[in-house]
Design a protein around this ligand. Structure first.
Ligand SMILES: Cc1ncc(COP(=O)(O)O)c(C=O)c1O
Length: 402
């Protein structure tokens, strides 16, 4: 039988940021930078911050002090956090074309016909498992541009339809995620389209960095709302851009160490394998990477995210499909007066791992390594809701997890 959880502690000293490269990377996520991002995002007329729930009964049941869940399923009505990155990157790209500082621009201004006349037609292209592409398509439509979105083989039809509904050209390819990224990068060059990709490689760094910066709004909202810092943060990773942005911000917001736990599916566990190798180089994994955690089905880390996460992650976990499924069911069926949270597969995976650690004696050593106890304040981020509704029901009602 496959292990529910495989885990590996970081073999380096965690939190040693006297390395010049890490300092340089952190400088992209200073409090000032993060404010600039959210200031722009808040100019969207329907902007609302997403809810942060404290699940008090569950915390008492699992014998920890607090369990906070930031529910990104409410972000911009798009059921996932990803739009934060896409919209900020497109806005920043347009600001650069206009030779303006984003601080001097609002969402409304970017939509104006004056700006369209100045810039002409622009087409944004991207690869996605669903959420990022929907965010890019939404941002392009809202701002009056075109979008072309490509999805890996096996992508859910509902997620494809959601993107088409945003007015984008969208299609499912016969390739896995990482190969589809290479394909869209090639198409972008061939047609003069602008690639808005949420991962980085040599020579393609600026736009993915804007995407990462875009994500920081959600963690800024969390820290503004809580009175005490979390002791533990569980973060899901696909290419790691999201987790690295959160970690880079937290590192600078709080002066003390927070225990960071990274979560990936077994079939796409490039961070886990990289931590296991124990060097400063990351490892990639391949294959078709079929998992219910579609948002995490990436086998090649974002190199800058890897550097940040290698510096600050305490433990890397690779989990089975049933762990995410259990997380979805528990969050959807709360105890007592706790709030019901509709968490999708990638959204629930970190909670599923946390629950397993707290309740399964097989992971006692992991619980001790993480020092999870009655004084722990645990923060989790539900990065998506039921973005594939049919699958959500199959999992939650019928116990499907493959
Ligand atoms: C719902 C959800 N959660 C988490 C992630 C992981 O983000 P990243 O690829 O930046 O690690 C994704 C990525 O698409 C996602 O869709």
């Amino acid at each position: 039988m496959r292990e529910k959880l495989k885990w590996i502690p970081n073999q380096h000293d965690v939190g040693q940021d006297n390395d010049g490269q890490i300092t340089a990377l952190l400088s992209n996520f200073t409090l000032e930078q993060v404010k600039k991002v959210s200031q722009f995002q808040r100019t969207y007329e329907k902007f609302e911050k997403t809810p942060l729930h404290h699940l008090a009964s569950l915390a008492s049941y699992l014998d920890v002090e607090k369990i906070w869940i930031k529910d990104e399923s409410f972000r911009f009505g798009l059921n996932a956090f990803k739009v934060l990155g896409g919209v900020y990157a497109i806005a920043q790209y347009v600001a650069n074309l206009l030779n303006k500082d984003i601080e001097d621009l609002s969402f409304e201004q970017l939509k104006s016909s004056k700006i369209k006349d100045q810039l002409g037609e622009l087409t944004f292209i991207s690869t996605t498992d669903g959420n990022h592409g929907r965010g890019v398509a939404w941002a392009a439509r809202e701002l009056g541009f075109q979008a072309r979105i490509y999805m890996p083989a096996g992508s859910a039809k509902e997620r494809l339809q959601n993107i088409i509904n945003e007015g984008a050209h969208a299609e499912i390819t016969a390739m896995n995620y990482d190969d589809t990224v290479r394909y869209t990068s090639h198409l972008a060059k061939e047609h003069g389209w602008v690639l808005i990709q949420d991962t980085m490689w040599d020579g393609y760094e600026e736009i993915p960095l804007w995407i990462m910066q875009g994500y920081t709004t959600l963690i800024q909202e969390v820290v503004e709302e809580i009175e005490q810092a979390p002791t533990h943060v569980f973060l899901q990773a696909g290419v790691g851009s999201f987790a690295a942005a959160v970690v880079a911000f937290l590192r600078q917001y709080y002066e003390h160490e927070i225990t960071i736990v990274l979560v990936e599916p077994h079939v796409a566990n490039c961070y886990y394998e990289s931590f296991k190798a124990g060097t400063n180089e990351f490892i990639t994994v391949g294959g078709d990477m079929q998992t219910i955690m579609a948002g995490l089905a990436c086998g090649e880390p974002n190199p800058q995210a890897w550097q940040l996460l290698n510096a600050y992650t305490k433990v890397s976990i690779s989990c089975g499909e049933e762990v995410a499924a259990t997380g979805m069911r528990i969050l959807g069926n709360p105890l007592n007066t706790d709030t019901r949270i509709v968490a999708g597969e990638s959204g629930a995976a970190p909670f599923g791992c946390f629950y397993e650690i707290m309740t399964n004696n097989r992971y006692r050593q992991l619980k001790d390594t993480l020092q999870l106890n009655s004084a722990s304040r645990v923060l989790l981020i539900n990065t998506e809701g039921d973005t594939d509704k049919e699958n959500y029901r199959q999992i939650v009602w019928h116990g499907k997890y493959q």
